[in-house]
Structure formats: structure tokens, C-alpha cells
Design a protein around this ligand. Sequence first.
Ligand code: NI
Length: 173
Amino acid sequence: MVRDIVVLGHPALRSHAEPVAEFDDELRTLVDDLFETMYHAEGIGLAANQIGILRQVLVVDIGDKENAEAGRVALVNPKITAATHELDRQSEGCLSIPGVEEVVERPWGVRVEGFDPEGNAVTVEAEALLGRALQHEVDHLEGTLFIDRLSPLKRRLLVKKWKKSRTEAGSIK
Ligand code: NI
């Protein structure tokens, strides 16, 4: 089921998600809904906070046609356990702050440990776009947004631009 994605200003985006204890059908429905909602919104990643559910669940699909399975990940209780010293600077956006993008510096590669929706322990080694997407979504589960990784000046300008675009679109009354 496609769920509503909450946007900047919603408290769920600033909350820590709780670890999942039960790997049950409810969890698997949540994972399905996250994928469906992400594809519907044409994003490459989505965390449960973004649909207002404070559980440590994320999905990512970077749309790698040649290696579709490797680029499609659902992780429960994920933790970043290693990161490269090498940093990467790329433009980043977020479905919860639609319409704006900014360059964010992050480690180029990460190791993420967690569980799949069946409860099996998994380790994902991810670089470049997949590594970035996973870092962005793990941040969400901790109440952190990509704008927090910008300089205060850039963050202010970006939020201002976002609010202006929302007002012009008639979204804010
Ligand atoms: Ni996001």
C-alpha cells in the first residue's frame, strides 16, 4: 500500500526509530509498503520515519539494471559498522524535503550490518550511490536529515528555498 510521506516539520523526522524485536508479518507488510511508497514517489530510498512509523526499517533501490538484486536492499535495525576514509561529494535530495538538492560530503563506502525482513543477520558492503543512499536512510532512523550535514548557511538557504517553493505551490496556508 502506498503511504503518505511526511515532510520537513513533522516530528517523526526528528525522532529516533525503535529497534524491531519481532520479525513478523506486520514487519514484512511495512517493508512492502516502504518499497511501494518509494517506487510511487520515484525515490531511491525510504526510511520508516518518513511514513510516520518509528521503527528501524529502511529500503533502498538504486535502480541498477545490470545488478538489480545488489542494488535493492531492505534492512532492519541497521548499523553502520565501518566507513572508508575516502569521502565523496554528490548532490543529494530527500522525499521528505521535495524539490531541493544540495551537495553532501559522505564516506564513499560503508559497511552496514543489520537484519533482513526474515530476521537473518546481513552485512552489506556498499560504495558510491548505494553507500550514499544507505547512509542517508540510516540517518533518517536516527532523526537526522541530509540538511544537517550542510553548513549552517547552506542549510538556511536550502530550507528557505524549500519553504518558498511550498508556498508557491499552495501547500502552505
Ligand atoms: Ni531522505
